[in-house]
Design a protein around this ligand. Structure first.
Ligand code: 5GP
Ligand code: ZN
Length: 125
């Protein structure tokens, strides 16, 4: 079996259990993917040790992006399963830097995974 993420070697950051590299088709300037080294299909298959390794690279990548591109915000997310929008079945966490004005209405962020459901009306408490 060949897997593009198993084969990836041009990493921005890496540790014993995970690696981070730029997304080939970035949603915004600096879009990074953090993946476990082990071929595990999705986020829920990570061990506790892999979670810690991925978290370390997520933080390192965020500091790097702050330094390089000074974004105004971030989206962090994992698509799980075809219905959840996943297209590469080697677990990966998206770190997407956001820039003020990069879309007309940013409120709701990751809720935008379902078109039309990004924003919501808060009702009382
Ligand atoms: P998914 O849709 O599975 O959550 O995300 C897959 C991500 O992988 C997409 O953001 C896509 O742009 C990225 N991608 C697809 N092929 C490649 C590749 O060959 N190299 C890299 N670095 N990213 C890729
Ligand atoms: Zn893989």
């Amino acid at each position: 079996m060949t897997c593009i993420f198993c084969e990836k070697t041009d990493n921005l950051f890496e540790n014993d259990l995970a690696k981070a590299f730029f997304d080939k088709f970035p949603a915004s300037k600096g879009h990074i993917l953090i993946v476990p080294r082990r071929h595990v299909p999705d986020y829920f298959g990570l061990t506790n040790e892999e979670h810690a390794a991925v978290q370390e690279l997520l933080t390192k990548s965020k500091c790097y992006l702050d330094d390089q591109f000074a974004p105004d915000g971030y989206n962090i997310g994992a698509n799980v399963g075809q219905a959840g929008g996943q297209t590469v079945f080697h677990c990966h966490i998206h770190l997407i830097p956001r820039y003020a004005g990069d879309c007309p209405e940013p409120a709701g962020g990751v809720r935008g995974a379902i078109p039309g459901k990004q924003t919501y009306q808060q009702r009382g408490l």
